[in-house]
Design a binder for this molecule. Structure first.
Ligand SMILES: O=C(O)CCC(=O)C(=O)O
Ligand SMILES: [Fe+2]
Length: 193
């Protein structure tokens, strides 16, 4: 894990992407686990405003709970908690917690352009995504420019082991329709519990 680059890019552009950030075999283990989960249609919003919104996003998710996590899942949580310490040391972000879920997009799945921070809550500070497989076609993550949110800055093809993180309240992003199944682990570093 190359944390120096990550910090540098987060400061400079507000986002970071690197292939082979984590080992392939480790991601394949998580992928195998993902294929056996009981998936639930994802929702948008928070609390009372929570709603299923299949016109905005069509993925299904399963949250990772510390107590029921497998060895590989615990390993990932540990790595993300280590990364959280580095982020706090280098950027003084006061991050307190990491939460994360598996995500699965079926063929034709997508997530329209959005910011990750919920309206009314600033708890999510940094978003993270670890990709577990490579869709045959489509399913790219589009990252928009921090200062010019109409300008596409990068189009990222998911690959197992690739990792992306960005500022949850500043970086607009979008998942283009995928033509085959797409698996990932999406998480947020939060500044409140
Ligand atoms: O899977 C991705 O590439 C992005 C997912 C996303 O934007 C989200 O879950 O908020
Ligand atoms: Fe997002």
């Amino acid at each position: 894990m190359k944390k120096e680059m990550l910090i540098e890019m987060l400061v400079e552009k507000g986002w970071f992407h690197q292939e082979d950030f984590l080992e392939q075999n480790f991601c394949l283990e998580l992928l195998a686990e993902a294929r056996h989960l009981e998936w639930k249609q994802a929702q948008i919003g928070k609390g009372d405003k929570k709603q299923e919104a299949t016109s905005i996003r069509s993925d299904s998710i399963v949250w990772i709970e510390e107590e029921s996590a497998t060895a590989a899942q615990k390993n990932y949580l540990t790595q993300m908690n280590d990364l959280m310490k580095t982020l706090n040391q280098e950027l003084y972000l006061g991050l307190k917690e990491y939460e994360c879920h598996f995500a699965q997009y079926s063929a034709a799945g997508f997530y329209k352009k959005h910011l990750d921070q919920h309206t009314g809550s600033k708890a999510r500070v940094i978003s993270s995504i670890l990709y577990l497989n490579e869709p045959q076609k489509g399913g790219e993550l589009v990252i928009y420019n921090r200062e010019k949110p109409d300008v596409i800055e990068q189009v990222i093809t998911p690959k197992p082991g690739s990792f992306v993180c960005f500022l949850s309240n500043q970086i607009y992003h979008e998942v283009l329709p995928t033509e085959s199944e797409r698996f990932s682990l999406t998480g947020w570093f939060r500044n409140t519990l």
